[in-house]
Design a protein around this ligand. Structure first.
Ligand code: HEM
Length: 392
């Protein structure tokens, strides 16, 4: 073959490999918010699967060593994804979750039960709530964030998806992460971390407990009102913020430490050295044992009632916080579920068809079934079927 044609063929081959990259769609990338055209192309490029069955409770559900020889700590590699949740990051760094940070809902539910003894209904509820807005319902995969060592080095796809996606599950006023308005909403922020330590030392004698959670949640809420013109504190973030404030004293304490007479979060707490291991290194403390019984986040309502604030948002300027009576609240739990489907999810998937619609309907059933597991929830909410009944 003449050299001129050889080089033409080589150029075409190169072009076609770029075209492949352009059309490749990461199987863990969220499909939410894509146009109908983008959605069609993405679905065509993916291998569809049926949603996995939600796992049942642990058979042996007591405390046990979870930093064992089968689960050594390994820092994430350059392509491994980590995100805003110190719990899931830790599970991935120990191989309780796939180390690349991409997992099915069933893998996440199993991992949070196995590694932190999270009660099965809570584990399912949190996971499906995150999955329907942040995951890929066609492939049944979710990325636990976006950060890899290469973040910012390689060009990134326009829509990344994953747990750090702002405003659908991840939200403002996190204890240790910046509001998305200020940029990176998934990495530990040093100033916020110093604030966490300062509050634990001053109010908890070196421990994070219910009192610290109450005051630090209030501090983060008032900080965001005063600093973030786009601060949004409506459901679902309104609930997850109060819930996540309790997670450290429920799940990050070694299961062999006796619970004091006041119960979880009272009279005992999470020592700053162990908090540092989880939050800064995303690593179980040496010889860590999980909580002694299947655990739910206790104290959510107490964190709220210490400094009540209605759901609401700033109006494009700081200190303009205005309540939103249509958002779910502590006195209207079902509105959390209804708004999540009618507003948040509808914005992401206004008109899904085919396998996407079927899989969304199945995942929504899993979410609804576990609604009664929401701590403090006693209302009976009517099931909604925005994408039709799931197949039986
Ligand atoms: C028992 C298991 C878990 C523990 C111990 C845990 C722990 C935490 C903690 C302490 C935070 C607050 C970080 C901060 O405010 O600075 C957090 C945030 C978060 N967690 Fe988890 N988590 C667990 C399970 C899950 C599950 C199952 C999901 C979803 C599949 C999840 C998704 C998230 C997300 C998206 C955030 C960020 C929220 C935000 O900053 O707006 N977590 N987690």
């Amino acid at each position: 073959m003449r050299p001129r044609y050889q080089s033409l063929i080589a150029s075409l081959a190169l072009l076609s490999s770029f075209t492949d990259i352009a059309f490749a769609f990461p199987p863990y990338q969220s499909l939410g918010g894509l146009s109908e055209h983008e959605l069609r192309n993405a679905v065509r490029a993916l291998d569809p699967t049926l949603p996995g069955i939600p796992p049942g409770p642990l058979k042996n559900n007591g405390t046990k060593l979870v930093y064992d020889w089968l689960h050594p700590f390994l820092p994430p590699g350059p392509l491994d994804i980590r995100g805003p949740c110190p719990g899931l990051n830790t599970l991935a760094n120990h191989g309780h979750l796939p180390r690349n940070g991409i997992a099915t809902p069933a893998q996440i539910i199993n991992a949070v039960m196995e590694g932190f003894n999270m009660e099965v209904g809570t584990a399912r509820f949190v996971t499906y709530a995150a999955f329907v807005v942040d995951g890929n319902p066609i492939t049944d995969l979710l990325s636990i964030g976006r950060k890899s060592i290469l973040t910012g080095v390689l060009p990134e796809p326009a829509i990344v998806g994953g747990l750090n996606t702002h405003g659908v599950f991840e939200g403002d006023a996190s204890t240790t992460r910046l509001d998305a308005y200020f940029g990176d909403n998934f990495s530990l922020n040093d100033d916020l971390w110093n604030q966490y330590i300062e509050y634990s030392n001053r109010l908890g004698d070196g421990y994070y407990n219910l009192t610290v959670a109450q005051e630090l949640r209030h501090r983060r809420n008032t900080q965001s009102i005063a600093e973030n013109p786009e601060f949004d504190f409506t459901s679902p973030r309104y609930f997850t913020a109060f819930a996540e404030s309790t997670f450290p004293y429920v799940f990050f304490i070694d299961g062999r430490v006796p619970i004091g007479p006041g119960g979880l979060g009272v009279g005992r707490g999470l020592h700053v050295s162990n908090a540092t291991s989880f939050f800064k290194d995303n690593r179980f403390p040496k010889d860590f044992w999980r909580p002694p019984t299947p655990s739910v986040p206790t104290g959510i309502v107490q964190v709220f009632t210490a400094h009540p604030i209605p759901p609401g948002r700033n109006q494009g300027a700081v200190n303009t916080y205005t309540p939103d009576p249509t958002s779910g609240s502590f006195t209207n739990f079902c509105a959390l579920y209804y708004n999540f489907l009618n507003i948040t999810l509808n914005r992401l998937y206004p008109n899904p068809t085919g396998i996407l619609r079927r899989n969304l309907a199945i995942n929504l059933r899993y979410l609804y079934e576990n609604l009664p597991s929401l701590p403090g929830q006693t209302d009976t909410c009517t099931e909604l079927f925005p994408y039709g009944q799931p197949p039986v």
